[in-house]
Design a protein around this ligand. Structure first.
Ligand SMILES: [Zn+2]
Length: 368
């Protein structure tokens, strides 16, 4: 049973009491970027040369081999805000529901998850940490920026330079994520940086967000996770990020299965980029059979190391504990057994669920 909390202030204050996690003293990121403008590989300033790979979760850094079964694009908390104003189902405001849903996921074999909610879009770092501790599921949190439509006019996404935005992101990765509504910085660090494209185009503001993500990647080794609108612009995203000196293997492209074009996916994977098929059980886009055919085609063509699976659980209609279904454990309890019935081996499935996410989510200097 869950208790829906209607007000953000209520959610945050209750969790602060539960976790006892103090905020850091808030420090405004510098207004003047400290980086050389990142217009190309040679102009970016690197601060590391070698690094032992690790994955950054909201409860600390872990070696990649400890990650376990991972769905690399989900949503655990979506506070009241613009998302739920646009679509009432985009409201995940109950920590109790999240703990129950993640406990089911853990019972099905899940170990870790990525919460893909970035800066200023209904994200809740303190809740993520508390839910992770109570459910026993490791959570990788997200910095960077969502689609421009989620930000109000005048937001710093629109007014600041790529270098200034990068400084905010680097703070979130190395010190702690900001809670801008509370004017506070937490001590909970983000483990991926996000940017997005729109349907068949990448607006200038998102090109700037991509450059900011690239600067943050070069400075910290953070993996880059992207939103593709209906699976479009996957190749264009890779081409853009390459201009900023980032190797495509540092990129995790999400929602690409909404455009289940095998030819395109092979072309994208051949660059080294990683693809997340996160439409599992999202029948309004495609039935699972389409995604299974895609996985099989990619594996048979030698691109099995590039594929990961998730459910993009932003809508409460996916969640069993909000009164809907099929539940966050559907991928492990229904989809995976079906994959095995059509011929996938246990090791083949483990590659998709364990090995590939561990590589994709690792901070590492060898991707630059
Ligand atoms: Zn999402």
């Amino acid at each position: 049973m869950h208790i829906a909390l209607s007000a953000r202030r209520c959610v945050l204050s209750s969790v602060q009491q539960l976790s006892g996690m103090p905020y850091l003293k808030y420090k405004e990121p510098p207004q003047n970027g400290m980086h050389t403008p990142g217009a190309g590989h040679g102009r970016l300033r690197y601060t590391y040369n070698t690094m032992t790979p690790f994955i950054r979760t909201v409860t600390g850094d872990i070696p990649p081999e400890q990650l376990g079964i991972t769905q690399p694009h989900e949503h655990i908390i979506l506070l009241p805000g613009k998302s739920s104003q646009v679509n009432a189902a985009l409201l995940l405001d109950s920590p109790e529901c999240a703990i129950l849903e993640l406990t089911d996921y853990k019972t099905a074999g899940g170990a870790s998850i990525v919460d893909a909610q970035p800066i200023c879009v209904e994200r809740a770092p303190l809740l993520l940490q508390d839910i992770s501790l109570k459910s026993g599921i490791r959570v990788v949190a997200t910095s960077g920026f969502h689609r421009a439509c989620f930000y109000p006019d005048g937001h710093f996404l629109f007014t600041e330079t790529a270098e200034q935005l990068a400084e905010r992101i680097i703070q979130e990765i190395t010190v702690g994520m900001f809670d801008y509504s509370a004017n506070q910085q937490t001590s909970i660090k983000a483990g991926v940086v996000k940017w997005t494209s729109e349907y068949h185009h990448i607006p200038p503001v998102m090109q700037k967000a991509a450059e900011a993500a690239a600067i943050a990647h070069h400075r910290t080794g953070v993996p880059i996770l992207t939103h593709t609108e209906m699976g479009t612009c996957a190749l264009e995203q890779v081409e853009l990020i390459k201009k900023y000196g980032v190797k495509p293997s540092a990129m995790i492209l999400c929602h690409v299965d909404r455009n289940p074009d095998k030819y395109l996916h092979k072309e994208v994977a051949s660059t080294g980029a990683r693809l997340v098929y996160d439409g599992v059980a999202r029948t309004k886009y495609w039935p699972d059979s389409v995604i299974m055919d895609l996985i099989r085609a990619m594996c048979e063509s030698g691109f099995g190391d590039h594929i990961m699976l998730a459910m993009d659980s932003a809508s409460r209609t996916i969640w069993r504990h909000y009164g809907y279904g099929p539940g966050l454990d559907y991928l492990l309890k229904v989809f995976v057994p079906r994959l095995m019935r059509i011929g996938f081996s246990e090791s083949g499935v483990k590659r998709l669920l364990v090995k590939n996410p561990a590589l994709a989510l690792s901070f590492s200097s060898d991707c630059c």
